[in-house]
Ligand binder design. Structure first.
Ligand code: KIV
Ligand code: ZN
Length: 423
């Protein structure tokens, strides 16, 4: 392997970005088994949930959102069994802000509860039919109830990114005064861009870290002032991929000091899915050169877990899927394969082995003499030794003729061509 991965570069171990934001800490919150399972037509049998949870733990995620225990008896049993696996990861369960839901999480004996309630005007009016004040009350009651039962609490304001900023700050302040441990910002319908994410995190941080008045007179009567000695919870984001920006938005949030990122394997999840775990972690590590001290993902296991999830979801991995797709490190054209044979970095940004994938040199109409020679060598045939130059040229012509018909030349085809030419 001559691919020495010179992209793990420059600012490795540089834990501060240009704005002085600390990038030392990063926790990967995996929601493959919860939001991922909400992918249309996906339902994991218990066996699949247990196997995926074990592999996620081996991969090194910090938290596994095992499911939504109140949903069904099967879901409750699966989540409970995942907790009984006694994995290294924190095991979390989703819950609405209702005691019935919270009790189901308590009964599964989980480490963390992920409480959520929608906060945007659309959801308040059409779904919850609740006032802003009623929602604030639900948040504090639920967090306090869950904490009384010994749970670590993560709180999400569903549809946060379409919520009025002043109200969103009040919502999160309510959660903080109720002693929440994590506050998560869901981009529920994936409408942010990296720049909008950056601005939102900056606004939220300054709104939460200071006790400055929220300048909307109608809300002033219900100001919540955070006591100066109060512990700031861990900030988290949950991005959806409706515009294909979930990974970019998550990177942007991380660069603003958000230290927990929600991800799923293969980016599965509601509609267009969530932040793809392999793409997020690899971009951070190999492109940004940032390896937070707490990042524990073994990137060389990414391709295997991607295959496992594809198997249980029945959603095949697109050949051109970044990093884990079968074409992610495949080369067909003569120019590219020639380059890759000389030094793989010419046409590969990182080594396929870094993410557990394989390099493939494909023979087709764009194939060049170099890759064909290499393939023949792998089969024990060397031009000038046991193969004449004329025979080699005939083999090249036949490969190109097949390629012109739109076919790929697989090993069996090549063996047939060799037999034809040499007999
Ligand atoms: O997308 C979303 O808002 C969610 C919440 C449950 C956090 O999945
Ligand atoms: Zn979601």
């Amino acid at each position: 392997n001559n691919n020495k991965n010179n992209n793990k570069n420059n600012n490795k171990n540089n834990n501060k970005n240009n704005n002085g934001v600390n990038l030392k800490n990063l926790e990967i919150f995996d929601t493959t088994l919860r939001d991922g399972e909400q992918t249309p037509e996906v339902s994991f049998p218990i066996k699949a949930k247990l196997e995926i949870a074990s592999k996620l733990d081996e991969l090194g995620v910090n938290t596994i959102e095992a499911g939504f225990p109140i949903t069904s008896n099967g879901e409750f049993e699966a989540v409970k069994k995942i907790k009984q696996l006694d994995l290294n990861a924190t095991i979390c369960g989703l819950s609405r802000c209702s005691n019935k839901d919270i009790d189901a999480v308590i009964d599964c004996d989980l480490d963390r509860i992920h409480l959520f309630i929608a906060t945007s005007p659309l959801h308040r009016e059409y779904k919850l039919k609740k006032s802003k004040e009623q929602i604030l009350n639900k948040i504090s009651e639920s967090i306090i109830y869950a904490k009384e039962h010994g749970l670590s609490v993560e709180f999400s304001a569903e549809d946060a990114t379409r919520t009025e900023l002043d109200y969103l700050i009040r919502v999160y302040k309510e959660a903080i005064t109720s002693k929440v441990d994590y506050i998560d910002i869901p981009d529920t319908v994936g409408i942010l861009t990296p720049k909008k994410m950056e601005n939102l995190i900056k606004d939220l941080k300054s709104g939460l870290e200071t006790n400055k008045a929220i300048n909307n007179s109608s809300t002033l009567t219900n100001q919540i002032n955070i006591k100066s000695n109060m512990q700031m919870p861990v900030l988290s984001v949950h991005c959806h991929n409706d515009f294909g920006l979930a990974v970019a938005n998550s990177l942007s949030a991380f660069e603003q000091g958000v230290s927990q990122i929600h991800c799923t394997v293969n980016g599965i999840g509601e509609r267009a899915g969530n932040t793809d775990l392999a793409e997020f972690v690899s971009s951070l590590k190999f492109l940004c050169g940032i390896e937070p001290e707490t990042l524990t993902i073994k990137t060389e296991l990414l391709s295997d877990i991607s295959k496992l999830v594809a198997h249980y979801t029945n959603i095949p991995i697109a050949p051109n899927k970044p990093l884990v797709g079968r074409n992610a490190f495949a080369h067909e054209s003569g120019i590219h394969t020639h380059g890759v044979i000389a030094n793989a970095l010419t046409y590969e940004p990182i080594s396929p082995f870094d993410v557990g994938n394989k390099r493939r040199l494909v023979l087709g109409k764009h194939a060049g003499a170099h890759s064909i020679k290499l393939k023949l060598q792998e089969m024990g045939l060397n031009v000038g030794k046991n193969l004449s130059t004329e025979q080699f040229e005939e083999i090249v012509d036949k490969i190109k003729a097949l390629g012109d018909k739109g076919k790929l030349v697989l090993d069996a085809d090549l063996r047939a061509i060799i037999k034809d030419v040499t007999s």
